[in-house]
Design a binder for this molecule. Structure first.
Ligand code: FAD
Ligand code: SF4
Length: 491
């Protein structure tokens, strides 16, 4: 807790944003975090509620009242303790402090009838100060176990698993098919939401802790003569990993984008969001791309109302699109949630992202019937309005319309992991095509193949960074237990 009466004395203060006109000129982060004094006042709003629902609302179970109390006290040793508390449950608070949707705040007791404590902004302030002050240092294991672990995939799940395992003395190698480490944090999430130097800094820390990163290496069972996809240069077979390592963690994400197979899908100008977004990440990193897919001067339609869609909106506006429209199949949700009905759970309500604020038409209850084109090139999108009655969707007669479009970005989520990597290890899949493993306290995260474990989007399906960190940490404990018979790693 912070100050017992703080919630009655102080208002919630949101983090600041650079003005739209300034931030649209570049791809830099534009959120202005709380300073030490502001964080202290915000932490003071954490009351002695007795049952901190925020702690279970947070997927990594951050010990929120404790770090709030330390930030409220405000001494340097308190801040040092605050980062220790935060790191005890979360390997990468600089990621979540920037891009977590903060389900903890929906669960905050103050959120029943007031504005929730600004937990995410306090987390952001703690970790940014900790890095700035040099309090985040490598923590190499004092004793090596002689055991080896291969982690496939360097997204947040793979990184969390690798760091936990290295810190208890195992020799960990991370295999990543892309040319840089980070998974969707690196190639997906735009730099303006999270600059990539945050990943590089952690990678340096993990290397100092003994983790070996092998980028540009695809783990697969590729039939002879088949092409290596993405930016991978080398292939390592599943068999090699099983032979050479004592345990394997599959954290390859959920990379199969959901398609929209309507007439005209093959027209030039209709693309998956994940063809578009990673290219801008690469350009921001200084790479030279031939024929980058760009939105300059185009009428852009983004199909899909979630995070990925919103990132396409922000990137298109930075390119200088003529217009940006985002479609959502579902009807527009209410602007304000029904708190007594939803608290402490994640409420359905209209969420307006910073990218939406930068300029975007949002269309709800609309479906795409056809992509229209001339000479093989997209010129428009034929749509129909939808009516939702008792959860059932029907098309409204006579509501068909053609909207001008030069670029369509499909951002309708991800169906499953790419099957070949799961199959290459002989791992059983669940009904949705994810690598199958439970989350049981004993034996969780372990697949049907003895020494193969799985975590993150590859196991649970498309989700969030904070869930991937949780799964990576829990899978690490399961692996440690498997290798050593017992484990001191937290779950
Ligand atoms: C555009 C976009 C925006 C998002 N925004 C947010 C957000 O704001 N907040 C949030 O919480 N979540 C967000 N998410 C979701 C979040 O990024 C994911 O849930 C999270 O990254 C999953 O982590 P992961 O480690 O399981 O997998 P990933 O991050 O997908 O990483 C998997 C890694 O495995 C590698 N890999 C796969 N197969 C192989 C192989 N055979 N050999 C070698 N390497 C392999 C991949 O190249 C990749 O680097 C967003 C997702 C997208 C697509
Ligand atoms: S990781 Fe996300 S849910 Fe957990 S405390 Fe931080 S912002 Fe809240």
């Amino acid at each position: 807790m912070g100050k017992v009466t703080g919630f009655m004395e102080y208002e919630r203060l949101e983090e600041g944003y650079e003005p739209v006109a300034v931030r649209l000129k570049n791809y830099k982060e534009f959120v202005i975090g709380l300073n030490t004094e502001q964080a202290k006042v915000q932490a003071a709003r954490c009351m002695d509620c007795g049952t901190p629902f925020c702690n279970s609302g947070c997927p990594v179970n951050n010990v929120i009242p404790d770090f709030n109390d330390l930030v409220y006290r405000g001494g340097e040793t308190d801040w040092k303790s605050a980062i220790a508390v935060l790191h005890s449950t979360n390997n990468f608070p600089e990621f979540t402090g920037r891009i977590c949707p903060a389900p903890c705040e929906a669960a905050c007791t103050l959120n029943v009838n007031d504005d929730a404590v600004g937990i995410k902004s306090i987390e952001h302030a703690i970790i940014d100060r900790a890095w700035a002050e040099g309090w985040v240092t490598p923590r190499p294991a004092p004793v090596k176990t002689g055991k080896t672990v291969a982690v496939v995939g360097s997204g947040p799940a793979g990184l969390a698993a690798a760091q936990q395992l290295a810190r208890v003395g195992h020799s960990v190698t991370v295999f990543e098919k892309n040319d840089r480490v980070g998974g969707l944090l690196r190639y997906g999430i735009p730099d303006f939401k999270m600059e990539k130097s945050h990943i590089d800094r952690r990678v340096a820390q993990m290397e100092a802790e003994g983790v070996v990163f092998r980028t540009g290496v695809m783990v697969a069972h590729l039939p002879e003569g088949s092409k290596v996809t993405n930016w991978a240069k080398d292939v390592v077979s599943a068999g090699e990993l099983l032979e050479q390592f004592d345990a394997v963690v599959l954290a390859g994400g959920s990379e199969q984008s959901r398609d929209l197979p309507v007439p005209g899908r093959d027209l030039a100008g209709v693309h998956f969001a994940m063809e578009f977004l990673p290219q801008q990440n690469k350009v921001n990193a200084g790479d030279k791309l031939k024929n980058q897919m760009r939105a300059d001067g185009k009428h852009v339609i983004v199909i899909g109302g979630g995070d990925t869609g919103s990132d396409c909106v922000g990137t298109s506006n930075r390119h200088g699109a003529k217009s940006v429209t985002q479609f959502e199949l579902l009807p527009q949700p209410p602007e304000v949630e029904d708190r007594p009905m939803t608290w402490p759970y994640w409420p359905i309500k209209l969420r307006t992202s910073s990218s939406h604020e930068e300029g975007c038409e949002r269309e709800f209850a609309i479906a795409t019937k056809e992509f229209i084109g001339e000479k093989g090139k997209l010129t428009g999108v034929k749509t129909v309005r939808l009516e939702w009655v008792n959860g059932k969707m029907t098309e409204m007669e006579g509501s068909e319309q053609v909207l001008q479009a030069d670029l369509v970005l499909l951002a309708m989520g991800f169906v499953s992991p790419v099957a070949s990597i799961v199959d290459a290890f002989g791992v059983t899949k669940d009904a949705r095509g994810n690598a199958k493993a439970s989350t049981d306290f004993t034996g969780g995260y372990r697949t049907n193949v003895g020494k193969v474990f799985t975590a993150g989007d590859m196991r649970r399906g498309q989700s969030l960074v904070v869930w991937a960190i949780r799964e990576g940490r829990q899978a690490a404990r399961a692996v440690d237990e498997f290798l050593m018979g017992t484990s001191d790693l937290p779950r």
